[in-house]
Design a protein around this ligand. Structure first.
Ligand SMILES: Cc1cc2nc3c(=O)[nH]c(=O)nc-3n(C[C@H](O)[C@H](O)[C@H](O)COP(=O)(O)OP(=O)(O)OC[C@H]3O[C@@H](n4cnc5c(N)ncnc54)[C@H](O)[C@@H]3O)c2cc1C
Length: 215
C-alpha cells in the first residue's frame, strides 16, 4: 500500500512519557505524530491524578538529581509562571527515599499543548490505536479507530507509550508481566530484537491471561 504521508516517528499514547518522547523526536527534526485515545494530553497526570500532581523521584535519597531533561524543563516553565512549588529536597523526604516536585496538572496540560505547537508535533486526539501494520517482522505503522472509522498511518518508528504495552502486544512482542518480589509489578519486560531491558513502565498493568506471556 502507498501512503500520502509517512511519519518519521509515531508516538502512541499522550501521557507524560508520550509527550516527552514526541517532543524529543520532533527536536531531532523528525516528522512526528502523537496519537492519544482521549481528548487531552497527560495520561495519569491529567485524567486520574490527584488534584495536585507531583513529579516524583527527580532527586535520589542523597539529594542528587536523578531525572532532568523534559521533566525538569516543564517543571521550570511552570515554576517560573507560578504553577509549580519549589522542589521538595531532603531531609524532609529522607525516610520515603525520594522527593516530590508539585506541578498544577491543569497548567501542565496547557503548557504541553503549547509545547506541541512549538515543536511542530502533529496531534491525533480521540483516536485509539488498535493495531500495527507490519512487513514481515518490521512494524511499518499503526491502525487507528476514531470518528473517521478505521485507518492506517505509516511510520518509520513507532513508540509505545500507552502505559500498558498495548501497541507492543498488538505487534506480537513477547511480554512478561513481572509479579511479586521478582520485580515491580508495574514493569514490563519486552525482549524483542535489540531490546534487553525492562522497557515499559505501566501505571495500571492488569495481568491479562490473553497476553503472550513468556515462560
Ligand atoms: C493514582 C496514581 C497516582 C500517581 N501519582 C504520582 C505522582 O504523584 N507522581 C509521580 O511521579 N507519579 C505518580 N504516579 C505514576 C505516574 O502516573 C506514572 O508514572 C505515569 O503516568 C506514567 O506515564 P505514561 O505516559 O507511561 O502512562 P499514562 O500516564 O498511563 O499515559 C498513557 C496514555 O496512553 C493513552 N493510551 C493508552 N492506550 C492507548 C491506545 N491504544 N491508543 C491511544 N492512546 C492510548 C492513555 O489514554 C494515556 O493518555 C501515579 C499513578 C497513579 C495510578
Amino acid at each position: 500500500m502507498s501512503y500520502t504521508t509517512v511519519y518519521d516517528v509515531i508516538v502512541c499514547g499522550g501521557g507524560t512519557s508520550g509527550v516527552a518522547a514526541a517532543i524529543s523526536a520532533a527536536r531531532t527534526g523528525s516528522k512526528t505524530l502523537l496519537v492519544e485515545r482521549t481528548g487531552v494530553l497527560g495520561g495519569q497526570m491529567s485524567l486520574s491524578g490527584p488534584p495536585g500532581f507531583a513529579y516524583a523521584r527527580l532527586f535520589n535519597p542523597q539529594g542528587k538529581r536523578d531525572i532532568g531533561g523534559i521533566v525538569e524543563e516543564t517543571y521550570q516553565r511552570l515554576y517560573r509562571s507560578g504553577h509549580a512549588l519549589p522542589h521538595l529536597r531532603y531531609p524532609i523526604r529522607e525516610k520515603a527515599g525520594y522527593g516530590f516536585s508539585y506541578v498544577d496538572p491543569d497548567w501542565w496540560v496547557d503548557l504541553i499543548f503549547t509545547m506541541m505547537e512549538e515543536e511542530g508535533v502533529q496531534l491525533l486526539l480521540d483516536s485509539l490505536v488498535v493495531g500495527v501494520t507490519k512487513e514481515e517482522n518490521k512494524v511499518t505503522g499503526i491502525v487507528v479507530e476514531n470518528a473517521n472509522g478505521r485507518n492506517e498511518i505509516a511510520g518509520r518508528v513507532v513508540i509505545d507509550c500507552t502505559g500498558e504495552g498495548y501497541v507492543a502486544i498488538q505487534a506480537g512482542c513477547e511480554i512478561t508481566v513481572c509479579q511479586g518480589t521478582k520485580c515491580s509489578p508495574i514493569l514490563w519486560h519486552l525482549p524483542w530484537t535489540g531490546w534487553t531491558g525492562n522497557g515499559f513502565y505501566s501505571t495500571s498493568a492488569p495481568i491479562r491471561s490473553s497476553f503472550p506471556l513468556s515462560s
